[in-house]
Ligand binder design. Structure first.
Ligand SMILES: Nc1ncnc2c1ncn2[C@@H]1O[C@H](COP(=O)(O)OP(=O)(O)OP(=O)(O)O)[C@@H](O)[C@H]1O
Length: 241
C-alpha cells in the first residue's frame, strides 16, 4: 500500500489545440478529504476523468496507489460524474442491484441505511424524484462502495442549502475512513468545513495546494474568502450595457 494514493507528474491534457491541463504535479495521501476548486473551465473535470481512466493524458502520467489507470485502479475508485447517467424508469433499488453485481465492494445494507437517513424512498422511480433527490441517490451509490478513492464531480449542486450540511455529515460518517475523497465544487463555503486540503486550479495549472488549517492560520481567512480574492473578476469598464 502506497502512502501517496494519487501521484501526478507533468500531467497534461489537450483537446485538439486547447490545453485543458498543463504540467500538473500533485501528490495526495490516504484518508484525506480534498477540495478541487477553480473557476469554470479551469480543468477540474478533466483532472477527475484522467484519474478515473476515462480519458488519456496527452503527456505526463499518474498513478493511483502506485498503479497506472486500468482495471485495478477502476476497482478501487468510486466516481460521481457531473451528470446523471441512469435511465429514468429505474428505481434506486434497481441501481443498488446493478452496483452489487458490478462492484464487489458495494455495501447494499449501507446504501439502504444512507437512503433512510437522507429521506430517500429506495423503491421510488428516478423519474418521480426531484433533481436533488436523484443527486442523493447518486451519492449513496458512490459512497456505499468501500473504495480507496472517491472522486466527486460537483455533488450536491442541486440540493437545497439546508440539506447540504446534513448530506455532507451523512456521507462523511458513512464512508470508508481510510479512503481519500476528492470533491470538485463551486460551493466552497458549504463544503470547506469538512475539507483537510484544497487544490486551486487556474487555466489548467495548480496555483495552490494547501491544508485548510494552513490557510486559516497563516492567511487568517476562510478558503471561500481566499478563493474569491484570488479569482475575483474585474467588472467591465462602463458596465455591461
Ligand atoms: N471534450 C472536450 N472537447 C474540447 N474541449 C474540452 C472538452 N472537455 C473540456 N474541454 C475544455 O477544457 C477546459 C477544461 O474543462 P473542464 O470541464 O475540465 O473544466 P472545469 O474546471 O471542470 O469547469 P466547470 O467548473 O465549468 O465544470 C475548458 O476550456 C473546456 O472548454
Amino acid at each position: 500500500m502506497n502512502e501517496k494514493l494519487i501521484v501526478c507528474h507533468g500531467l497534461s491534457k489537450a483537446y485538439g489545440h486547447k490545453a485543458a491541463l498543463s504540467g500538473v504535479d500533485l501528490e495526495v495521501g490516504q484518508g484525506r478529504i480534498v477540495g478541487l476548486l477553480g473557476p469554470n473551465g479551469s480543468g477540474k473535470t478533466t483532472l477527475i476523468k484522467l484519474l478515473c481512466g476515462l480519458i488519456q493524458p496527452t503527456t505526463g502520467g499518474l498513478t493511483i496507489d502506485g498503479q497506472a489507470p486500468g482495471p485495478e485502479t477502476k476497482a478501487m475508485v468510486s466516481y460521481l460524474p457531473d451528470r446523471m447517467y441512469f435511465a429514468n424508469w429505474m428505481r434506486a433499488v434497481d441501481l443498488f442491484d446493478l452496483f452489487r453485481d458490478f462492484y464487489q465492494n458495494f455495501d447494499y445494507d449501507k446504501a439502504l441505511a444512507m437512503c433512510r437517513s437522507l429521506g430517500v424512498e429506495p423503491k421510488d422511480k428516478l423519474k418521480s424524484m426531484s433533481k436533488g433527490t436523484k443527486e442523493k441517490v447518486q451519492l449513496v451509490l458512490v459512497m456505499a462502495r468501500k473504495a480507496r478513492l472517491y472522486l466527486l464531480d460537483e455533488p450536491i449542486a442541486g440540493v437545497d442549502p439546508a440539506a447540504r450540511d446534513f448530506i455532507l455529515h451523512t456521507i462523511l460518517t458513512n464512508y470508508n475512513e481510510d479512503g481519500t475523497v476528492l470533491i470538485s465544487t463551486h460551493l466552497i463555503a458549504d463544503i470547506e468545513k469538512v475539507l483537510d486540503e484544497v487544490i486551486f486550479l487556474k487555466s489548467g495549472r495548480i496555483m495552490l495546494h494547501s491544508t485548510v488549517d494552513d490557510i486559516r492560520e497563516r492567511q487568517g481567512k476562510s478558503v471561500d474568502a481566499l478563493f474569491r480574492e484570488i479569482f475575483r473578476t474585474q467588472p467591465m469598464e462602463g458596465g455591461l450595457y
